[in-house]
Design a protein around this ligand. Sequence first.
Ligand SMILES: [Zn+2]
Length: 246
Amino acid sequence: MPSNVDGYVPESAMVVVAHPDDAEFMVAGTVAKWARLGTTVTYVVVTKGDKGSEDPEMTPSRLTEIREAEQRAAGAVLGVKHFEFMGYPDGYLVHTLELRRDIARLIRKHRPEVVFCFDPENRFFGNGYTNHPDHRTSGDATVDAIFPTARDRLTFPELLADGLEPWKVKQLWMGATAQPDAWVDIGDTLELKQKALAAHPSQFGEDVIGFVIGMSRGMAAGQDFEYAEAFRRIIFDQPDFGANES
Ligand SMILES: [Zn+2]
């Protein structure tokens, strides 16, 4: 089966993830592929990733700095243009109206055609892994920030007061999903994905590379290419009745 999405290249894309390094696992091959073809890509990292260390000498504030620098370096490898670090504490993410508004603020600011986030419905991966609560929460808040929050004029009027006009995202692509229906051939950018992962030395060593190659091969099962990133895709194609359809 050929990829059902190759040939689609959006003008702009925003990747909303919970931690520095999440985007590399989920979407780096697609980001590198699209950035090469002219897509303007923005990374939004919701938490500081300030709990991700077992080093007894490490402090949360030092780790925050290290991980932001690693995320910028990884994004640079892939051709990411803009970075937004929202600064929420790692491990404690809750879907509040404040979080939803803050993500909607960035959607209105950058006006992406496509938004990537975690599939909030995926709580378990098989029988060996439970999804990180920050992953699910960031996904849930992003889905709700896209629709209806970013779109509706009268929701969070402080955004409008800041000059941020409503914005309709055209497509939502959810990663780390149990229900994929869109497969991107990342054979040409798998090497860049590996390089971007290697830009996070505070988080993992070389073994991550073998893991990610295996994962990319697994995601391509049933496709007519070898390495894939897989997503669950929503295409917002409701007719526009004007006022405030919901
Ligand atoms: Zn994570």
